[in-house]
Design a protein. Structure first.
Length: 307
């Protein structure tokens, strides 16, 4: 099956988020023209990509899931085609939760499924903890509880974050934006970083780059590389996890982050979670899309049977 994903733009209060969807929607979507109605024949699946990825991260899943869901995937601020945050602003984790809340408020007022990879998984957990009434089920790919650390590390974290911003400001005054001679060079660089094939990464890199004056440039905002000024304490992360009431499917890669693989998820405070391992690393949804889609469809069908 092939699926022609359509471009969509969400006009939020401070910026625009561009994305892809599986059916025609009003352009742009805003508080003035929200998506008030969608056919009720299938649920909405909102797809949230990881750090320095974009909506095309899910391209192998689109044709496998479009028959069963209304698909919506958008680029986070500073990623892909979306606007960067305004000058003087940085990328606080909790602001991504606000971005997600604004997008959800523009969708029909009914429970939806959320699929998050890496950063997208962490954001979706926090959103579901705060607004559980809007979430029918969560699919977390290579991500679980929000990042946290001991309270005693807060001063060092603050120092590290502020110094990283200082270095960014110094570089920005003298930096020429990094460029590449060709799209193939950009693709090769990303393949080397993620240890994935050109076929797997071509759609993602195409959305992450642009050509100007015979050179190729990355679209992402360089402020994304600045360190966080703070992280949650373990008690805060546990409170988030414990407040997620909807069913949760955790999908991990066999060569992904080992700390995500756990046979003791129940003791971590999750109310209703199952975990499934597929072949691949941190981007296992690009390496094993058929297995990932199979698990998502099985998971959603079981929830639909209970409702």
């Amino acid at each position: 099956m092939t699926i022609d994903m359509q471009q969509i733009r969400f006009q939020l209060s401070e910026l625009n988020l561009d994305g892809l969807c599986s059916l025609s929607m009003p352009q742009p979507v805003s508080a003035v023209t929200p998506i008030a109605e969608l056919p009720a024949d299938k649920p909405i699946l909102l797809m949230l990509h990881g750090w320095q990825d974009n909506a095309e991260s899910f391209s192998p899943l689109f044709p496998l899931l479009a028959e069963h869901f209304h698909l919506v995937a958008f680029d986070w601020p500073g990623h892909g085609w979306s606007d960067p945050r305004a000058s003087g602003n940085y990328y606080h984790f909790v602001d991504y939760v606000d971005d997600l809340h604004q997008v959800v408020s523009l969708l029909p007022n009914r429970p939806l499924f959320i699929l998050g990879h890496s950063l997208g998984a962490l954001v979706s957990v926090c959103y579901s903890a705060a607004f559980g009434e809007r979430v029918a089920g969560l699919v977390l790919i290579e991500g679980l509880a929000p990042l946290h650390e001991a309270e005693s590390k807060a001063p060092a974290r603050l120092r590290q974050g502020l110094l990283s911003r200082h270095r960014y400001r110094e570089r920005e005054t003298q930096r020429q934006q990094r460029s590449m001679a060709s799209f193939e060079q950009a693709l090769a660089l990303r393949c080397n970083v993620n240890q994935l094939t050109q076929e797997q990464l071509t759609p993602l890199v195409a959305r992450a780059t642009y050509q100007q004056g015979g050179r190729w440039y990355w679209r992402h905002d360089n402020r994304l590389r600045c360190d966080s000024l703070y992280r949650m304490a373990a008690t805060h992360a546990s409170a988030m996890v414990g407040s997620v009431a909807c069913p949760v499917l955790s999908i991990i890669g066999s060569q992904g982050y080992r700390q995500l693989k756990s046979v003791q998820l129940a003791s971590a405070g999750w109310q209703n979670i199952i975990q499934h391992e597929v072949h691949g690393g941190h981007h296992c949804h690009l390496e094993s899309p058929c297995d990932v889609a199979k698990q998502i469809l099985l998971f959603s069908s079981q929830i639909n049977e209970m409702t």
